[in-house]
Design a protein around this ligand. Structure first.
Ligand code: MBD
Ligand code: FE
Length: 300
């Protein structure tokens, strides 16, 4: 039987201490729709017609709380559960209440080899009668659809184990860079995809304080990246990597600190995932290190 594959990085849960700062950052600067449904412990960030793409849990560790990987439907969820069982990966089936909380029809809960809480779900709630309304004027939209919400760099202690786990979920990829580090070591980050987005998850950039180093989101219009960049500069938000173009996805991006002290990589113009793997020893241009200590002090 052929392997069942996840189709996209569908949602994230994050925990934050400063809700007001996060609403300003995600809404006014980045352009997401901030949705507050009157729950005291959380609010939502919308990027498209989905009920939400990010649940912001108020309190906690200022870190990633969970990632949600989508499968097509209930049969695929069952097949995925069987795949996990046969590989000896522990999981549990989410309850009705847990599915309702995530606004999905069904889900599995497990943990990746790096300890990152992971969910596999189907049937997200699409708020089709509520048009996406950006948090600030936008020329275009966020790139989502079949490409999911973006990509994440996650903490892993064993890259080979992480590769096996995400392969089991159906992602494909490989080491895509060999980067000389100042300490003489060579970083060999792995990038993996499950749809046309060049990568949905990556790991292997070195030790990390948090579960997540960055979330990358992509604009359809270059001018929206420009507006975000202007706002970040105006507000003197830390920029860890200046504007530049990656060799693998060829997106124009920059990395700015969010109010929880990890990074959002804002980008535009990524190319699609290749059919065959490549690797690089540098980026195309830019991505100079500016604010240090955000886990990307690397000469790309
Ligand atoms: C990326 O998206 C990235 O974050 C790094 C560090 C390298 C290549 C592509
Ligand atoms: Fe990235």
């Amino acid at each position: 039987m052929s392997r069942t594959r996840v189709t996209e990085l569908g949602y994230l849960g994050i925990s934050v201490k400063d809700a007001a700062a996060w609403k300003r950052y995600a809404g006014d600067i980045v352009g997401m729709q901030v949705v507050d449904e009157g729950e005291s412990d959380r609010f939502y960030l919308r990027m498209d017609s989905w009920h939400h793409r990010i649940t912001v849990h108020v309190g906690g560790n200022d870190d990633l709380e969970y990632l949600g990987w989508r499968v097509a439907g209930p049969d695929e969820l069952d097949a995925m559960a069987q795949q996990l069982r046969e590989a000896g990966v522990e999981y549990r089936v989410g309850t009705e209440a847990e599915a309702r909380e995530r606004r999905v029809l069904g889900l599995l809960k497990l943990v990746d080899p790096g300890g990152n809480p992971t969910e596999i779900f189907y049937g997200p709630l699409i708020d089709s009668a509520r048009p996406f309304h950006p948090g600030r004027p936008m020329f275009g939209r966020f790139v989502t659809g079949s490409e999911g919400l973006g990509h994440c760099i996650l903490r892993q202690s064993d890259d080979a184990a992480a590769y096996r786990f995400y392969s089991l979920l159906g992602l494909r990829g490989s080491v895509e860079y060999k980067l000389a580090l100042p300490n003489g070591m060579i970083a060999q980050p792995t990038f993996m995809h499950c749809n046309e987005r060049q990568h949905s998850v990556a790991f292997g950039l070195g030790p990390m304080d948090k579960r997540i180093n960055h979330l990358m989101i992509e604009y359809t219009e270059l001018d929206d990246l420009g507006l975000a960049h202007d706002s970040i500069r105006r507000d003197k938000v830390d920029v860890a990597l200046q504007l530049g173009k990656h060799s693998n996805d060829q997106a124009l991006t920059f990395y700015c600190a969010n109010p929880s002290g990890w990074l959002w990589e804002l980008g535009w113009g990524a190319r699609k995932a290749p059919a065959q793997q490549e690797h690089y020893t540098s980026d195309i241009f830019g991505h100079g290190v500016e604010a240090k200590g955000y886990g990307v002090d690397i000469d790309l």
